[in-house]
Design a protein around this ligand. Sequence first.
Ligand code: ADP
Ligand code: MG
Length: 748
Amino acid sequence: MLTPVGNGYRVWIFHNGEESIKKGTEMAALQGFSSRVAGFNGDRTMKDRPTKESNITRLFGSNVFSDRAMKERLPKDTYRALRETIDKGAPLTLEVANVVANAMKDWAIEKGATHYTHWFQPLTGKTAEKHDSFISPTVDGGIVMEFSGKQLIQGEPDASSFPSGGLRATFEARGYTAWDCTSPAFLKEDAAGNVTLTIPTAFCSYTGEALDKKTPLLRSIEALSKQAIRVLRALGNTVSMRVTPTMGPEQEYFLIDKTYYDRRVDLITTGRTLFGAPAPKGQELEDQYFGAIKDRISAFMKDLDTELWKMGVSAKTKHNEVAPAQYEMAPVFSTINIAADHNQLVMETMQKVALRHDLVCLLHEKPFAGVNGSGKHNNWSMTTDDGSNLLDPGKTPHENEQFLLFLSALIVTVDRHADKLRAGAANTGNDLRLGANEAPPAIISIFMGEELTDILNDLAKSRKASGKGQHYLHIGADTLPQLPKDNTDRNRTSPFAFTGNKFEFRMVASSASISGPNIVLNTIVAEALDEIATRLEKAKDVNKEAAAIVRDAVNQHGRVIYNGNNYTEAWVKEAKKRGLPNISSTVEALKTMATPEAEKLFSKYKVLSKEELHSRFEVYLEKYAKDINIEAQAAIYMVKRLYVPAVIRFVDELAETCGRPKSLGTTQKSLLSKAQRLLDSATKRLEELETVLEKAQGVHEALKRAETYRDKVVPAMAVLRGDIDALETITPSELWPVPSYADMLFKL
Ligand code: ADP
Ligand code: MG
């Protein structure tokens, strides 16, 4: 028997010894056109060319069981059948799966693989893998290397140790992994020489409930495609069959020397510094951004590129970021499912490769106070299977009208569901970043650029649009100029910026999976497109209705457009006047996902059932409380065992000096009294932290517990930090027990 994952989506698991698969793992067609979209896999760059770059072209994708590898190794019929499944979601038979599995195994073994793994993405936001070797004992005491279609299609890891937010209690503890044939299998290599055939999979319960981040992402792609195609059909497009979101996630990160990292309990256990007085220099000279890359960092980046290229990740751009010791890597965009898988690989590989260089890669959103934190810029658009970008203003009037409709969908939905988008970007680390003076604020607005805003405003008032282009379009009663394509005016402070042919959502957390925010984005856009399609389908005059849709979008939701500086106090006030939500914490943000409205939205588009949505709410709330609990415990550990003993040593030394008859200097005395005062204050605040922590740990109800951590424990940690950081500034550096900000940020 085959069970769909959730309410009839494209991932299927098959149950208990079932021998034939009627429907197969048919998560497909989602990336059917991907070979036409840049950055999908290495096939085009794999061509042998007798040029200098042939080493790289050969290297790129060499560890991917790519379309080219499949074409070379599979019998024609099998290849064609698999392609049908990948491109169009056609059923996959066990016979085909067996042949594919065998070819995959042979390919992997030739390249040194001994094991395979079903690679999945549980709600921890990280990836999970359990390795099985290909060996199978024979009667004569030997072994053969085996890998069957069934092993390719489905795995059964023990789900009981992954967060499931109550789904486990309601349903089965068992979890299943189901092959996602739309994201190519690849080889992972480690420094010890292990090579593992890694198969991207979805992870769900026995009854098909999603336990992971991939399944709802795939469902949201499906939802968006369906509604976008309806809009295109209503506009007379009969060619496009699918629409897929495209994604280019820019990844920011820090690198610090491992020697320093090893001496910071806070970095090791929480990913960020819980203490640390500012270094004499921060980022005020603006000399780091795009600065010359140091040799040591460059060596790391070279290795990183090589490792990523081998796995088919199209690492493209690398540069120094704004904060000292901060960097960025951006890949060429790809279809969103692959981009999400690849971004997980990017984060994992960054951390692995850094260690080879005696560096540690910090992916936390705010590893250091006082300098910029890290985010992930989520560049998002939609592309049809015949290769047209729906957010590209285009050159012809026809494209122009279509573009404005899709743009309207974003205006409507970002305004309507700003709270949910904010929730998609919420995590413990991002609470320290959003709304601080560098990252986008917690208020969501859209940057449209002046010219486009003028055009939209003209359309809203049914005025003749007065853009600068020359091509005019008749839509309904209005005239439209050619739309500006290049937004040279690049507002870096906007959380949701239109950048010429895509939107850049800048709130996304640097350490998180990009699936979360994109599940929200795809779903809310699907809803807006659904409404637009319904209006167009009912309209007698489609052009007139299209104009009305754009007009209504701007009139009813134009408040979300803001082209000014998002970092100012004035904007916070203005946004409040406009009624835009300003959600400052993860706990508040998550609450917006636990409303009947959210339940209706996500279940209507079959992305997350009510139970699945609620399970996520619980898991993320619990994660928040646990994160803060770990931070508080680490803070207490450091103060008790490192800082207090060090300061006592210093105070003792000073007291001894002051006690000597000949040394009555006022400097020593005032230093002694300052150190003693801060030490006493820190001790008191430490006790207060211990008290509130105990209180928080005793709260049973999940929401109340998370709120207690936020309202009591977080502030208690902050004031304790104040004393310790002040002590750091007066204690001799050789007595200070941990590396300073100056060491970590500047000594590389
Ligand atoms: P910047 O830092 O100037 O914003 P980057 O070049 O670092 O720009 O990153 C831009 C990202 O946007 C890249 O990953 C790029 O591939 C991606 N991108 C470009 N076009 C699209 C598109 N149509 N859909 C999604 N992502 C895109
Ligand atoms: Mg960039």
